[in-house]
Design a protein around this ligand. Structure first.
Ligand SMILES: *[C@@H]1O[C@H](CO)[C@@H](O)[C@H](O)[C@H]1NC(C)=O
Ligand SMILES: *[C@@H]1O[C@H](CO)[C@@H](O)[C@H](O)[C@H]1NC(C)=O
Ligand SMILES: *[C@@H]1O[C@H](CO)[C@@H](O)[C@H](O)[C@H]1NC(C)=O
Ligand SMILES: *[C@@H]1O[C@H](CO)[C@@H](O)[C@H](O)[C@H]1NC(C)=O
Ligand SMILES: *[C@@H]1O[C@H](CO)[C@@H](O)[C@H](O)[C@H]1NC(C)=O
Length: 484
């Protein structure tokens, strides 16, 4: 009986307390996404921003870019090879993914493939017992925080099976299985559509290859002209379109087709596939190491950075190991300078000193979608969202200081791409004067301007697919930028 009275009391107290506390407002929910959306692995890839390519092989020893396939494996002898040095150079440059050419067009394999003797196994390096791919993945794993990627050239100028569709595709798939089975986790695999002039009628069985990749590696991104996860930007200068959509129609793409280059460069606002672009470029003139070449100037690398990372893409910077098997000191130094410059420019956000306001906000004040979200450290999942005003197409967000002013020459805008890429057109006004007319934003848009001094910076979204969602804004000063 005592138990019964006790329970009754508890129930009564609970009911009373529910009456006393006024019913809380519903917490505003995030808006619906605008499709298509990135996959988990595509989002991770996008956030890497800067990744590294390493072209290494027989060409490193012959001063050439495209080997003939007739190279004698005896020339491959990188006596000082130390993959840890490669990884350290990458880590110091803030790079989190490194892609090695396991095989280039010359057909020489950097691992001891059991399907050919045209490999490290026939070289004097480590008396034929070496495995560059193994040393590479071991160094990457030992470092932690860096991931491995591989390139396996479809074009093979050495193997006799090349040009015979069935035999060669079986050979290629066999090598793909070796690479994706034996070397642990691979985060990106790189395919191109290059073909020998003597074998233009050779078909690559991409559908079979991609299916095999998916089967063997769960969180990998497949790169090719046409994706399916990451697309080529359409040039080897590392330059994305001024308008740069991560969306595109896969059905309009084919691998190794020159007539789609412009489409790849800009993407498609109506595209039904999420297929962001990767901008490949070499730190030197060539892709392979040549004694006569030296790294690009810092200003050139920064220009490429603004035109790739600053245009909603990932920059894939090639840094070729030399014939000793090390990344040359000049390149190591340039990479350090590059990282240090990026940090100098972006580690200070002048907008953090500003008040920030917006044309409206979803769910009203305290609803969780205010413009202050654009100044926090989360560049994806906290964002400013305007109120849904139906027909109203224009929205703005403004940063300002009450006194004095700010001196800057870079404006950074980032969209919450986890809910789709939305912004079609935007403008930037400083103290009421229009300084920028821009188009897409995407994951990150960087506008480099002549030095500006002003108090109020307003970003107006003129047109978007659904409501614009801004995850981050920044005002920065780039001391390396001299427009004249
Ligand atoms: C091209 O295809 C034809 C017919 O399938 C074949 O006979 C020929 O050998 C191929 N050419 C080359 C260079 O592989
Ligand atoms: C190349 O792309 C264009 C444009 O999408 C298409 O019309 C053409 O059929 C493609 N060519 C090949 C060989 O796939
Ligand atoms: C891409 O596909 C969408 C939907 O089918 C279509 O509206 C759009 O016109 C296509 N883009 C191009 C360039 O064909
Ligand atoms: C390769 O780079 C390393 C590190 O800078 C250097 O010690 C070595 O001499 C270079 N090798 C060649 C062939 O230039
Ligand atoms: C980029 O496009 C905008 C208009 O959308 C234009 O004002 C600007 O000059 C373009 N920049 C380049 C480098 O083409």
């Amino acid at each position: 009986m005592a138990k019964f009275w006790c329970s009754l009391w508890i129930i009564t107290i609970l009911q009373l307390s529910q009456l006393a506390i006024s019913r809380p407002e519903r917490v505003p929910t995030p808006p619906l996404p605008v499709l298509p959306l990135p996959t988990f692995s595509q989002l991770k890839w996008q956030q890497r921003e800067l990744i590294m390519f390493l072209h290494f092989g027989v060409n490193t020893f012959t001063d050439s870019e495209w080997g003939t396939g007739k190279e004698n494996p005896a020339i491959f002898n990188p006596v000082g090879l130390n993959a840890n040095q490669w990884v350290t150079a990458a880590a110091e440059a803030g790079i989190s993914l490194m892609i090695l050419t396991a095989k280039h067009h010359d057909g020489f394999c950097l691992w001891p493939s059991k399907y050919t003797d045209h490999s490290v196994a026939s070289s004097p390096w480590k008396n034929g017992h070496g495995d560059v791919v193994q040393e590479f993945v071991t160094a990457v794993k030992a470092h932690g925080g860096i991931d491995a990627g591989l390139y396996l050239s479809p074009w093979d100028r050495h193997d006799q099976r090349y040009g015979h569709d069935l035999q060669y595709n079986e050979y290629y798939l066999a090598q793909l299985q070796e690479l994706l089975n034996k070397y642990g986790r691979v985060k990106e695999i790189w395919f191109d559509g290059a073909k020998g002039k003597n074998a233009k009628n050779m078909s690559y069985y991409f559908t079979d290859w991609f299916a095999m990749v998916r089967e063997l590696q769960s969180s990998i991104n497949i790169f090719s002209d046409a994706g399916p996860d990451v697309r080529w930007v359409g040039n080897e200068q590392g330059v994305a379109g001024n308008t740069s959509w991560s969306t595109i129609n896969s059905t309009s793409l084919s691998i190794g087709n020159a007539s789609i280059i412009d489409y790849l460069n800009t993407g498609d606002p109506k595209g039904t596939n999420w297929l962001p672009a990767e901008c490949d470029v070499s730190i030197r003139k060539g892709w392979f190491w040549h004694k006569s070449q030296s790294p690009k100037k810092l200003s050139e690398l920064l220009e490429i950075y603004y035109n790739s990372v600053g245009r909603n893409c990932v920059m894939l910077l090639n840094v070729p190991p030399n014939s000793t098997g090390l990344i040359s000191e000049a390149d190591v130094q340039r990479l350090k300078e590059f990282r240090s410059a990026i940090d100098t420019i972006f580690s200070t956000n002048l907008a953090e000193k500003c008040f920030i306001k917006a044309s409206s906000q979803r769910g009203g004040k305290g609803g969780g979608f205010g413009p202050e979200n654009a100044l926090d450290s989360d560049h994806l999942w906290t964002y400013w969202a305007p109120r849904d005003d139906g027909d109203k197409k224009e929205h703005w967000i403004e940063m300002g200081v009450p006194n004095g002013g700010l001196t800057f020459n870079v404006v950074r805008i980032q969209e919450a791409i986890g809910l789709g890429q939305r912004i079609i057109r935007h403008e930037i006004y400083v103290d009421g004067k229009k300084l920028v007319e821009g188009t897409t934003v995407g994951y990150k848009r960087l506008h480099r301007l002549d030095e500006v001094h002003g108090r109020d910076v307003r970003i107006i979204i003129k047109e978007s697919r659904g409501l614009p969602l801004i995850s981050s804004v920044g005002l920065h000063f780039d001391p390396y930028w001299n427009p004249n």
